[in-house]
Design a protein around this ligand. Structure first.
Ligand SMILES: [Zn+2]
Length: 308
């Protein structure tokens, strides 16, 4: 082999080695943090044989270990000392207790129902089969995320501990985030997990961040916007398209949600999909997809917290 041919071989090897990094970086969906995705492991390589709590993505050992000057992979970003509140929307007992969930509570300067029963899919297995309710979906994803984030060192607080109770009310969900930190301090971040009940023809996700309520939520607006971008990027990584039927390119700004209005913690809602759309519903009922979603959203929270 000539020296020039050896050089070509080495260059070819270099190209092969660099190509996956370029491919990973291009999939970030508009994140503004330079370099944050350079070593991101493709989430789609998650095996269907996942088991809790061993959840790092397959292929993680192929990326360089984090060191001085390197951005750690999401699974290696330190979350010790961080308090993360996960708020799985609705609850399994809500539909059976309308008096409790219709009770009016403070929603941030106005009154609103304590909670709602949530959305549900159509019959997931065809006519005569059962639907998949939003409360079950949100609790499943939150539980998976809690295991992932705890394995990374975070303190994780859920706003409800089971999927059979009623509530808590929206004001209580916000209050949990505001006091979940050490000594009753605010948590570092809060994520409310939902799936929408939109028109059957529309699909996709959207991220809801707080709109300006001067004198009430000024302190969390900018950080909640950054959080919304990381959650948006996470949804793109699981190949969910931005919602076709609501919001703008997968974003919406809301001032009518008590869970946002009452939060003193950077917080967004993610409507992961439209349960009434058959394509979206087929994804939501798949536990493999829900695990991919939980990993991606956990990575997104790590992306948001990294460096803060
Ligand atoms: Zn919901």
């Amino acid at each position: 082999m000539s020296s020039s041919r050896r050089l070509c071989t080495r260059l070819g090897l270099l190209v092969v080695l660099l190509a996956p990094l370029a491919a990973c970086g291009s999939g970030d969906g508009g994140s503004t943090r330079v370099g944050a995705t350079a070593t991101r492991t493709p989430e789609f390589s998650v095996s269907s044989t996942f088991s809790l709590p061993t959840l790092p993505t397959v292929g993680a050992t192929a990326a360089p270990a984090p060191g001085k000057g390197a951005t750690p992979r999401p699974s290696e970003r330190p979350l010790q000392g961080r308090t993360i509140v996960l708020d799985p929307g609705h609850n399994g007992g809500n539909a059976g207790d309308p008096a409790a969930i219709n009770r009016q509570v403070d929603a941030g300067g106005f009154r609103k129902a304590c909670d709602t029963a949530g959305a549900e899919t159509g019959a997931v297995g065809g006519a005569g089969t059962t639907s998949y309710p939003e409360h079950a979906f949100t609790f499943d994803v939150a539980t998976r995320m809690a295991a992932i984030l705890r394995s990374r060192g975070a303190t994780v607080v859920l706003t409800r501990g089971d999927d059979t109770g009623v509530g808590p009310c929206i004001d209580r969900r916000a209050a949990i985030g505001n006091t979940a930190g050490p000594g009753g301090a605010p948590a570092d971040v809060a994520l409310s997990i939902h799936a929408d009940g939109g028109p059957a023809s529309g699909r996709g996700f959207h991220v809801l961040r707080p709109g300006a309520l001067p004198g009430r939520n000024d302190a969390i607006l900018a950080d909640s916007r950054s959080l919304s971008q990381e959650v948006h990027a996470a949804m793109l990584r699981v190949n969910q398209p931005p919602a076709s039927y609501i919001g703008t390119d997968g974003y919406d700004v809301r001032t009518d949600l008590g869970g946002l209005n009452l939060s003193t913690v950077p917080k967004v809602f993610v409507e992961c999909a439209n349960m009434r759309n058959k394509t979206d519903a087929a994804r939501l009922v798949d536990p493999v997809f829900r695990q991919q979603l939980a990993v991606a959203l956990s990575d997104g929270l790590g992306d948001y917290l990294f460096g803060r």
